[in-house]
Design a protein around this ligand. Structure first.
Ligand SMILES: [Ca+2]
Length: 508
């Protein structure tokens, strides 16, 4: 029985061994493990499970087989801490090892996400979040991160064009392209100041557009570059339609091309003005290159220098199609009857011309407002403003010259004082000067009494004589009038007359 049991046990063992050989060919069919090699994932994240590996087993009989390496076979596998690890695998009495790297989680790549802003108006700035990046992490996850202004470079919005914007995220970088452009034009209209009348041969004079942009701003743009313009042609006369393009908008406007000008002269002009008058007109003779001519009225807009605020001869300047022309005018004082005394102060240079009055020998001024007494003390002579002085010279002229708004009949008066005969005597006006009214000589009447209140020579010339009718009724005409006082012979040496304070024109 003992042997039978042994035999049975051996049989069972043998059968089992056969079965084992069938189940695991490994070590059964002779040969031993001679060599191992292993291949597996080399990079792990902290916390990763073992991802497996493949063991290649070479037996002594030359046979090879591959065996999966399971976690319990991977000695030394540990992803709890980052670092380089060596994994040892024991099989059939042999050991093989391979290295893995265990890493913390990190961003492994970035790319610009779709849908970001890729168009900027010139002069505008990048705003945080205008674009985003997709950040890929080593664990395979992807996160979208807004791009802030501090992450970008290369977005120059001062100049239009395509720009490459560089994005930096930690050690990673990427780039994307944006377009910087001027705002589109929503509407453009040709300004009224735009030159629309040209002459044959003229060059393009520019066009001004009133423009509204897509960002609701607006402005005025003047284009002078002929390259932007189509339809401009001044080789012949006639109407033209000019098209001008500004950014995304093309605008048309009409011009007229007129005959070329050969020359322009002032044909006629109003020469007489009262102080403060507005322009009264002039005409130009325009000679054209084709031999024809035309008379063109000067408009106030053509005037570049026109001033009637100062009495005297003035030059008026005007521009006619880039040509400067001039003509002369004379500005006179203005007599506007206000219904009162109508005083004309003798010192009023706008109305009284003293240029024809010579000074007496040694005198310094034609006017005075003070009188010196014997002790050389000064006091007013009582004139309104100033009076004439030191002009008792034969042949002198005082001319009252003005433009009257309307014709009328007046009396001529005068406030004066006599200093004749060493400053004491009365003087007949008729002995002192003739009076001409608009060229007609008049017989003067009246006596100017001595100016000295005390009879002392030149001491206190404070008495004044007011004569309200020197020459009877006179005609003042609408327009220019002249009343002339012509000093008579003998006046200079024998009379010190008169000191005149003012004249008066009283309507009759
Ligand atoms: Ca006066």
């Amino acid at each position: 029985m003992k042997n039978r049991f042994k035999k049975l046990m051996l049989a069972i063992f043998a059968m089992t061994a056969v079965a084992m050989c069938v189940l695991a060919l490994a070590a059964c069919s002779g040969g031993y493990v001679e060599k191992l090699s292993v291949k597996g994932k080399m990079y792990y994240m902290v916390g990763d499970e073992f991802a497996g590996a493949t063991l290649t087993v070479t037996y002594s009989d030359g046979r090879r087989e591959q065996v999966d390496v399971t976690a319990d076979m991977a000695n030394g596998f540990d992803t709890t801490v980052a670092g380089n690890k060596t994994i040892a695998v024991v099989y059939g009495g042999k050991t093989v090892a391979f290295d893995i790297t265990v890493s913390e989680l990190y961003a492994s790549g970035i790319s610009v996400a779709d849908g970001g802003k890729t168009e900027y108006l010139i002069g505008t700035q990048y705003a945080d979040g205008d674009a985003s990046i997709n950040v890929s992490y080593t664990d395979g996850t992807v996160q979208t991160v807004p791009i802030t202004g501090g992450m970008i470079s290369g977005l120059d919005t001062t100049v239009e064009g395509e720009k490459t914007v560089s994005v930096k995220y930690g050690m990673l970088d990427t780039a994307y392209t944006v377009t910087v452009r001027y705002p589109y034009v929503v509407s453009a209209t040709v300004a009224s100041s735009t030159k629309s009348v040209y002459r044959v041969g003229d060059e393009f004079g520019g066009v001004t557009l009133d423009v509204v942009y897509e960002d609701d701003t607006s402005g005025s743009v003047t284009l002078t570059d002929i390259e932007r313009v189509k339809g401009f042609d001044t080789t012949g006369i006639g109407p033209r339609t000019v098209r001008v393009t500004y950014r995304n908008r093309t605008v048309s406007y009409d011009i007229q091309v007129l005959k070329a000008i050969a020359g322009v002269t002032v044909k006629s002009s109003v020469g007489m003005y009262a102080k403060g008058d507005a322009f009264k007109g002039a005409e130009l003779a325009v000679e054209y290159a084709d031999g024809t001519s035309e008379t063109v009225a000067v408009t106030p807009e053509m005037l570049t220098e026109f001033d009637t605020m100062q009495v005297g001869d003035r030059t008026v300047k005007l521009m006619f199609e880039n040509r400067e022309l001039t003509f002369g005018i004379t500005v006179y004082g203005k007599f506007a009857d206000d219904g009162g005394d109508n005083k004309i102060q003798v010192e009023d240079g706008d109305l009284v011309d003293m240029s024809g009055a010579q000074l007496q020998s040694g005198a310094a001024s034609k006017f005075e407002s003070t009188t010196k007494n014997a002790q050389n003390e000064e006091y007013s002579n009582g004139a309104e403003g100033s009076s004439t002085a030191n002009i008792s010279v034969q042949g002198n002229k005082i001319v009252i010259r003005f433009i009257a708004e309307r014709a009328g009949k007046y009396k001529l008066g005068m406030r004066a004082q006599s200093g004749s005969d060493a400053g004491k005597s009365d003087v007949k006006v008729a002995d002192a000067f003739d009076i001409y009214v608009n060229g007609d000589i008049k017989t003067a009447s009246g006596v100017i009494q001595k100016g000295s209140a005390t009879g002392v020579n030149w001491k206190d010339m404070t008495n004044w004589t007011l004569l309200d009718d020197l020459v009877g009724e006179i005609d003042i005409v609408a327009g220019l009038n002249e009343i002339e006082l012509a000093f008579k012979g003998g006046t200079a040496q024998t009379m010190r007359f008169p000191n005149i304070d003012y004249f008066v024109l009283t309507a009759v």
